[in-house]
Design a protein around this ligand. Structure first.
Ligand SMILES: Cc1cc2nc3c(=O)[nH]c(=O)nc-3n(C[C@H](O)[C@H](O)[C@H](O)COP(=O)(O)OP(=O)(O)OC[C@H]3O[C@@H](n4cnc5c(N)ncnc54)[C@H](O)[C@@H]3O)c2cc1C
Length: 528
């Protein structure tokens, strides 16, 4: 069973489906299987540029990771990624990336990349990827997609076992409890291997580029089951989300700066060279995001501006960025003539469920792939456009590992008789949407103000106190109310918010995208 249907989950499914003897169930809480963070990716995916090689990509990943990237994991990504991109995305999912008139790939450049190596489909790369991947899943007769189905909790032994002697065994995953959003019932889904591919947690922040489903469900489930979570303090904030009412959080891709766009204050002053004399507007995301935050705080601006209009012709802008152009035009900003109002927003979770080089977590039979996982690639900060590639590489690797381990497995599978059914007896009250929305907004505000771009012991301690209180309230709410997707998400959101806040409090050293104003920075990082 694969929980999540973005690039990572879909890639695992496609890999496993090569063996016609396997039955693969892909679960997604969304009604439309394409709905995921993957769908909204704009900038593109790392390929192998014309004057590029895996050593150069590796060096860029390691530099962006601020000393915390695992060299082994980063090398796997740099070496396997571009090949898999061709095999899975171009061949299996039949995606055509943008090309020039001679049929050569059109590579763009993004922040902290030393080469032009990003492949894209206009500025709606994720949309093309999801269309291609879902179509490929549908072509496989041994894959079943269960959409509009929310995973509630993992089935792990000894936790859910009816046999007390299982207490002496290592924690093992046997599947998950799934909430059918149409029927409003919970069923057990037992699986020989379970893969978490539920994406990130941006939605626990007030300002985020992430879609509604990115509320940390899989991380909370894995945490409750006892899996190791690592690097949870490293939340990457994207510097440029649209700051126009009605389209808050809509991402203005880094590729806009890659094509020459520059950040200016509302009174027209370019400012990035003050913060990063070498990289300027293409400095790593954490540097750019904090620079904007600093300018906004120091000068009481409610946004800064991103100017592409004076750097590219109107025709070139609307051809290169049709999606951004149209979305902005819908809310009254013509990016071919006006600068774009932008603010930073929570964008990517660099930490996650700790996994090995095959995507295996610290729990037997439980894998995690994609943004939910911590493979070590991103360290303290993710290099732009490597997350789609990581989903592809570890999605594929998890599939390979499961295939091998199922072949070798001798232990018999757990049957339903060993796993208790979901018990909802006595629960009659429907979840009050006002409580769910109110509590969710409280979590988002706490995270934005106290666990955001600039952190301190005082802010983090306050966040933890308030989140603990909320956790108690929400747990009671959860235990006394009929199940609902919003309630499942709220329970998970408060749990992952606490995980992030606690990790941020424990780590006093500023590094990459974790910035403590009450601490020294890691050597080499500029304090802003
Ligand atoms: C606006 C935006 C732009 C981006 N641009 C880029 C880019 O240009 N290049 C790049 O490399 N990265 C980019 N990223 C990051 C990248 O898109 C994500 O990191 C990546 O797509 C994550 O893929 P995934 O498969 O791990 O998860 P997702 O694509 O988020 O998929 C998660 C899946 O899990 C399902 N799910 C969640 N919870 C549950 C549950 N409880 N039960 C059942 N199903 C569940 C969801 O429905 C979904 O199917 C961008 C992200 C955003 C938000």
């Amino acid at each position: 069973m694969i929980i999540g249907c973005g690039i990572a989950g879909a890639t695992t499914a496609l890999r496993l489906a090569r063996n016609p003897g396997r039955q693969i169930t892909v679960v997604t809480r969304a009604r439309d299987a394409q709905e995921s963070s993957t769908r909204y990716a704009q900038g593109g995916i790392v390929g192998r540029g014309a004057d590029d090689n895996s050593e150069m990509l590796l060096a860029d990943i390691i530099a962006a990771g601020a000393g915390l990237s695992s060299p082994h994991a980063a090398r796997i990504l740099a070496e396997e990624g571009p090949l898999l991109l061709h095999e899975v995305l171009e061949e299996t999912a039949r995606i055509t990336f943008d090309q020039d008139t001679k049929g050569q790939p059109l590579f763009t450049r993004e922040a902290a990349h030393s080469r032009r190596r990003i492949l894209h489909v206009g500025d709606a790369t994720g949309n093309a990827i999801m269309k291609g991947l879902i179509a490929a899943l549908h072509r496989c007769p041994n894959i079943t997609i269960e959409s509009h189905t929310t995973a509630v909790d993992l089935i792990t032994f000894p936790h859910h076992s009816r046999d007390p002697l299982d207490n002496y065994q290592a924690i093992t995953c046997h599947g998950a409890y799934l909430f059918d959003r149409n029927e409003r019932t919970v069923h057990r889904c037992l699986a020989a291997a379970t893969v978490l591919a539920t994406g990130g947690l941006g939605r626990i922040y007030r300002n985020t580029t992430n879609p509604a489903g990115a509320r940390g469900d899989g991380i909370a489930m894995a945490n409750r089951a006892g899996a190791r979570i690592a690097n949870a303090e490293y939340i990457q904030f994207h510097p440029t989300a649209l700051a126009v009412p009605g389209a808050e959080g809509f991402l203005i891709s880094e590729a806009v700066r890659g094509e020459g766009g520059i950040l200016i204050t509302p009174d027209g002053r370019p400012f990035m060279s003050e913060y990063s004399p070498v990289w300027k507007d293409l400095a790593p995301r954490d540097v750019v995001a904090r620079a904007i935050h600093h300018e906004m705080e120091r000068n009481s601006y409610s946004y800064v501006l991103l100017d592409i209009a004076s750097r590219m012709s109107a025709v070139a802008i609307s051809e290169r960025f049709p999606n951004i152009y149209n979305q902005c035009l819908n809310v009254g900003v013509d990016i071919t003539s006006d600068p774009i109002p932008v603010v930073p927003a929570a964008h990517y979770f660099c930490g996650g469920v700790l996994v090995d080089e095959w995507g295996l977590s610290s729990i037997e039979n439980l894998y995690a792939v994609g943004e939910i996982s911590c493979t070590g690639v991103h360290g303290a900060n993710r290099l732009a456009s490597t997350s789609l590639l990581e989903g592809l590489v570890w999605g594929n690797r998890a599939g390979q590992h499961i295939e091998r381990s199922l072949d070798q497995r001798t232990r018999s599978r757990t049957g339903f008789e060993n796993v208790p059914p979901w018990d909802e007896s006595g629960l009659v009250a429907d979840a009050d949407p006002a409580l769910i929305q109110g509590d969710m907004q409280t979590i988002q505000n706490i995270m934005w103000h106290y666990v955001g771009l600039v952190r301190s012991a005082e802010r983090l301690s306050r966040a933890i106190r308030e989140l603990r209180h909320l956790w108690n309230e929400i747990e009671t709410f959860y235990r006394t109310t009929k199940l609902d997707d919003g309630l499942i998400g709220l329970r998970n959101a408060v749990e992952v918010a606490l995980i992030v806040a606690q990790a941020a409090l424990h780590n006093r050293q500023s590094r990459g995208c974790h910035y403590r104003q009450d601490s020294v920075t890691a050597e080499g990082d500029r304090l802003i």
